[in-house]
Every structure is written in structure tokens, then in C-alpha cells.
Design a binder for this molecule. Structure first.
Ligand code: ASP
Length: 311
């Protein structure tokens, strides 16, 4: 039988993933997690295959977890960073990708500040392309690890109320999660100040099933999952927020807001966090916070995706 993802070549966003494909990846992630719990955390699945991590933008979690994932599958992994490469001599993204291909790259993992850069790479590369975050557009592996974490903890995704709070307008994490969560049947509420959400119709025409809220205390009622997003200082400088303190008062996940939630409500954050801005330290360490688990699950999810695409 040909599996739902067997014919997929790239993973650029979750918009073209069916619920069946996502389920398959989550299932494979479970098997990969089992590999990572063994004493020897390595299988020979991708021995001799070459993965290149192309990071044009800073990253800790995503870059390292792709590296660990590739190593756990015994692939050769090469880390390319724009700094110190011929990009500094003016080499274009397309020429860089062609060079990497000529050197034997079979899978390219790319992070870029420009939305759409992975599509350009995919047009000029014969192998598989995985988007590790492009501009405001998409971050599919983050969404997959979020879906896996929710499913693992709560046993389902369908019908759960998931509240995403924070800088939704600029968030590739929110966009990819919207594709994934709605496809898997979750009820998503987006909650942000109007300046960090943009026109509500943009969201409700793209994802008709989402609910929009400007008041966090209202939005959090009955939440099964709360996902806080990072607030960047630049948003204040750009005039989108009066001050970080104002934002915190109105939207942060504080111990008081946590107390109003069920003990079973999952608290998530894709990282990096600004503790004391969008989330309080007491919330980060609460028993129902799964922020570190998200990071841990990121390795298994990326193993699952590398395995699928390498096939
Ligand atoms: N790490 C996530 C990303 O790369 C979230 C963030 O940076 O706020 O998009």
C-alpha cells in the first residue's frame, strides 16, 4: 500500500497536508520517540544520505533538532550558515542550492527571513526541501511537533479548544498551526491586540472555522490548550504596542490567568520565550506546561519527516 505521504517531495507548509498524512507522521513520530528512548539512539535508516541544514536566520531549537534527527537516522548532516560562506561574496540563494546539490545534498532544510524562500529552493533543487521557518509564512515542523505534543498529552486533537495568544500577525508558527489544527478538527481561537492581529477577515476567510477574540480572559474560558507566542520588542518600536507592560497586563499568561484554567489545560510556547512579557516564569514551570516536551518532541517529529521525504 502506498502511504499518504509516500509521494510527498517537500514539506514547505501544512496547507497541502491531509489529515491522513498528518496522522501518519504523528504515528511515525511515536516510533521515532521509541528509538530515542533506547540506550543507543540511532538507527541506520538514512545511512549514506546527505542532509544540509541551510540557516540564513538564527535558530537554536530547530537547527539543533534537525541535526540530532539526521544523526539519529545515521544521515550525513552538513550545517551551512550564510556567514562565512560565499553568500558573503554575493552568491545567490539559487546558486548556493545548485552548489550544494553538486556536492551531493539530497535533503535541504532551510530557514530564511524571506517568506517563500523554500519554494524558490524547491524549484532549483532535485531533492527534498523542508521549511524550517520562512519569514512570517510557515513553520511546518513546529506545527507538527505541537500537534504531536497535544495528541500525546490529551489523546486527541479533534474538538479541542486551542487558544493562540500573542503576535499572531507576524507569526509563522500561528499560520502553520492554523493549517494543522483546523485540518485535524480542533476549534482554534486567535487572541491578540488588534494591531498584532491585522484584519480579522484575513483569518476568517483563510480559516473559516477560527474564532477571533481581543480579550484574553474571555478567550481562555474552556481552553484545552493555550499557546503563547513571542512578543518582539520591535513591535513596540514600530508603534504596534504602547509598551510591553501594557501588553503583559492585557494578554500575558500570568499565574492569575493560569489559576482560572483547568489543571489539564496544556500551556505551550514555541520558544524563544520572553518571560515576564508574554508568559510568567511560574506558568512556564507549572505542571501542565509542556514547553520542554515540545522541544524534546521536535527531534522525533523531524526524524519522522526526514524518513518520509528520504523515501
Ligand atoms: N522559534 C519560532 C520561529 O522560529 C518562534 C519565534 O521565533 O517566535 O518562528
Amino acid at each position: 500500500m502506498i502511504s499518504a505521504t509516500a509521494q510527498r517531495r517537500h514539506a514547505i507548509d501544512l496547507d497541502d497536508f491531509t489529515a491522513e498524512e498528518i496522522e501518519e507522521i504523528l504515528e511515525t513520530t511515536g516510533s521515532m520517540k521509541e528509538v530515542l528512548s533506547r540506550e543507543i539512539k540511532q538507527v541506520p535508516t538514512l545511512r549514506g544520505r546527505t542532509v544540509v541544514n541551510m540557516f540564513y536566520e538564527e535558530s537554536t531549537r530547530t537547527r539543533i533538532s534537525f541535526e540530532l534527527a539526521a544523526r539519529a537516522l545515521s544521515a550525513n548532516i552538513v550545517n551551512f550558515t550564510a556567514r562565512g560562506s560565499s553568500v558573503e561574496k554575493g552568491e545567490s540563494l539559487i546558486d548556493t542550492v545548485r552548489t550544494l546539490q553538486a556536492l551531493g545534498a539530497e535533503i535541504v532544510v532551510i530557514r530564511h527571513s524571506q517568506s517563500g524562500a523554500p519554494y524558490l529552493v524547491a524549484r532549483h533543487f532535485n531533492g527534498a526541501v523542508i521549511n524550517a521557518g520562512d519569514g512570517r509564512h510557515a513553520h511546518p515542523t513546529q506545527a507538527l511537533l505541537d500537534l504531536f505534543t497535544i495528541h500525546e498529552r490529551l489523546g486527541q486533537i479533534r474538538d479541542l479548544k486551542v487558544v493562540i495568544v500573542g503576535d499572531i500577525l507576524h507569526s509563522r508558527v500561528a499560520r502553520s498551526n492554523l493549517w494543522g489544527l483546523t485540518r485535524m478538527g480542533a476549534q482554534v481561537t486567535l487572541c491578540a491586540p488588534p494591531t498584532l492581529l491585522g484584519p480579522a477577515t484575513y483569518w476568517t476567510t483563510t480559516w473559516p472555522e477560527v474564532t477571533i477574540s481581543y480579550r484574553v480572559d474571555e478567550a481562555l474560558q474552556g481552553a484545552d490548550v493555550v499557546m503563547a507566542l513571542r512578543i518582539q520588542k520591535e513591535r513596540m518600536q514600530a508603534g504596534l504596542l504602547p509598551s510591553l507592560r501594557e501588553y503583559s497586563r492585557a494578554y500575558a499568561l500570568t499565574p492569575e490567568r493560569l489559576a482560572g484554567l483547568s489543571e489539564k489545560t496544556l500551556i505551550m510556547h514555541p520558544g524563544p520565550m520572553n518571560e515576564g512579557v508574554e508568559i510568567w516564569p511560574e506558568v512556564v514551570t507549572a505542571p501542565n506546561a509542556v514547553i520542554e516536551e515540545q522541544v524534546t518532541n521536535g527531534v522525533a517529529v523531524r526524524m519522522a519527516l526526514l524518513y518520509r521525504l528520504a523515501g
